[in-house]
Design a protein around this ligand. Structure first.
Ligand code: PEP
Ligand code: MN
Length: 341
């Protein structure tokens, strides 16, 4: 349920009203204060609340029931876009097009330093790289693990780029916090690992939440809700392609998910054209489509030597190819109200 308060309501009036709702109905109250209005979002069992009683209060402008099961992620609870900001000044959302680039896996010091330097030069503001890899086969490269995190930090020291890397298990959380990971990625395969999501809800670190291979938009938002319910509201949603009957591409990029998510939620939405397509030549057109659809950023795989990559070589751009794609994205972004900073 959301309650829109009349303009001019004082903080004191609002706080006492919110307290009253909490004690009378046992719900928790989320407050969003905009320039024009104040919205109270009620979370919990609101079925017993009589809408007319609430609407009759002096300070109440209007009351609405919210049908959607996600609340904190719901735009109705938070009409303004959320902007995820990093201490270094980088941001995702709020009119910028964030570029996150780097290899699928961190493979060696020389590899990550070279790629980091090149993607930074091309205009990326974040470095991606997997240290713990969720591979379909247990016999393929599983990532450099803790050593991979150390190498990412070396690259961060050299370039100043914040690190985005995937966490696969609750057991890795302390290691990630000690390593100073800037943005924790939850991969497609873990989107509904509810135990993990709950734990990440207790952190302050931004979470890049990827859509599962076979999950609906609502399920993605419910997973974001798991994280936000614990108090971590720095969630970035990522459309990375879903399984369909089409086999030409690795996945099918659900481009409509971008405007749909932006409509339903205030959270920033980014697109991963690399995993969506599985082939390098499709990365540029899908990235362009994502910008046109309103994405707040892109996460793109770049490798210094794709034919020799230990994972996802076929979809990885060379640094030269990334230079070109980044230059085109910078030109296209302003047409869609975004800027690459
Ligand atoms: C990745 O980013 O390398 C990755 C494994 O992504 P996803 O979880 O989307 O498959
Ligand atoms: Mn990958």
């Amino acid at each position: 349920m959301i309650i829109i308060l009349k303009p001019g309501v004082t903080d004191e009036q609002r706080e006492s009203f919110a307290k009253d709702l909490q004690t009378t109905y046992g719900v928790s109250v989320n407050t969003w204060k905009g320039t024009q209005s104040t919205v109270l979002g009620l979370i919990g069992d609101t079925a017993c609340i009589d809408i007319n009683t609430v609407a009759a209060q002096d300070i109440v402008e209007s009351v609405r029931r919210v049908q959607e099961p996600y609340k904190k992620a719901n735009r109705k609870f938070h009409p303004d876009d959320t902007v995820v900001r990093l201490p270094g000044g980088q941001q995702i959302g709020g009119g910028t097009l964030a570029l996150i680039a780097g290899p699928c896996s961190v493979e060696s010091e020389a590899q990550i330093l070279e790629v980091a330097g090149r993607v930074k030069k091309a205009g990326a503001q974040f470095l991606r790289g997997g240290a713990f890899k969720p591979r379909t086969s247990p016999y393929t490269f599983q990532g450099l693990k803790a050593e991979g995190l150390r190498l990412l930090n070396e690259a961060k020291k050299e370039t100043g780029l914040p690190i985005v890397t995937e966490l696969m298990s609750v057991r890795q959380i302390d290691l990630f916090l000690e390593a100073g990971v800037d943005v924790i990625q939850v991969g497609a395969r873990n989107m509904q690992n509810f135990d993990l999501l709950r734990e990440l809800g207790h952190l302050k670190t931004p979470i890049l939440l990827k859509r599962g291979l076979a999950n609906t938009i609502e399920e993605l938002l419910m997973s974001a809700e798991y994280i936000m319910a614990g108090g971590n509201e720095n969630v970035i949603l990522c459309e990375r392609g879903i399984r369909t009957f089409e086999t030409y591409t690795r996945n099918t990029l659900d481009i409509s998910a971008v405007p749909v998510l932006k409509r339903l939620s205030h959270l920033p939405v980014i697109v991963d054209p690399s995993h969506a397509s599985g082939v390098a030549w499709l990365v540029e057109p899908l990235a362009m489509a994502a910008v046109a659809a309103g994405a707040d950023g892109l996460i793109i795989e770049v490798h210094n030597n794709p034919p020799k990559a230990l994972s996802d070589g076929a979809q990885s751009l060379t640094p030269d190819q990334f230079d070109e794609v980044a230059a085109k994205l910078k030109k296209a972004a302003p047409l869609f109200g975004k800027e690459v900073r």
